[in-house]
Write a protein that binds this ligand. Sequence first.
Ligand SMILES: C[S@@+](CC[C@H](N)C(=O)[O-])C[C@H]1O[C@@H](n2cnc3c(N)ncnc32)[C@H](O)[C@@H]1O
Length: 280
Amino acid sequence: MSHLPVLPVEVLELLAPKAGEVFLDGTLGLGGHAGLILEKIRKTGKLIGLDLDSRNLELAQNNLQKFSNLETHQANFRDLLKFTSPASLDGILLDLGVSSLHFDDASRGFSFQNLGKLDMRFDSTQPLDAAAILNSFPENEIADIFYKFGEIRSSRKIAKQIVEFRRKQKFRQTEDLVNLIAHPKLLPQVFQALRIRVNSELENLEQGLNSAVEALKSGGRIAVISFHSLEDRIVKNFFREQKKLKILEILTKKAVGPSASELAENPRSRSAKLRGARKF
Ligand SMILES: C[S@@+](CC[C@H](N)C(=O)[O-])C[C@H]1O[C@@H](n2cnc3c(N)ncnc32)[C@H](O)[C@@H]1O
């Protein structure tokens, strides 16, 4: 099983990996980008790959088995300094969010189009899943999740319906939630919001960016691919702050999106936005 990496040419251009360099891929996924970087850093270089999802990690190890200089860990990229020292890396990649496999596997509960357990955890050992949030969080917290992470205006109404539903029965399956949402147009935002909360995605990104800058050497590069405006805003603002502090030089004036040919070949790239920076 493989995964078509998004913006492959643009990522390599920004990260400019060279023989002998040390890289960290904080979102290894199925190893698509990692394979491209490993080819460039050659045997003399090293790549540390992290992923929260043990299944993706196994698939990546299998896809990248020809490379002896790959070190993998099931870990959150916000903890990347556990696996490398400050000022040690030539490059870091974060390709945020879900892999296509997450959407395709109904049992993981990421897709409103598939019937499956209302789960949505990247790390299946984490106790909190999507059903637990809907079954136990106070109504106002549920409304906040949909408002903040899904930008849904009718968040209070949805939260009220959720609390009414759970008085009668527990949320278990994706269809329990799908059937409750009167406007199908809202389903992508509803599912996105819950997923972001289940996996603390925005906090991970904020902490991960800080750790990444600390882990980069002078001259080291960072590339971040995001898939929605909440993430992209965090990356954009973080790079701007670090520029003011004269810690990072921004390499992408505007976020880079997919070319027409990539869009035709890989529709998943549609909402991808890439930003890059270099440490002074
Ligand atoms: C878009 S996919 C990466 C695809 C990869 N670049 C490739 O080419 O195959 C994102 C991956 O990041 C993982 N992930 C999401 N948040 C994470 C985090 N905070 N720490 C580590 N891995 C994370 C997900 O489990 C998923 O496998």
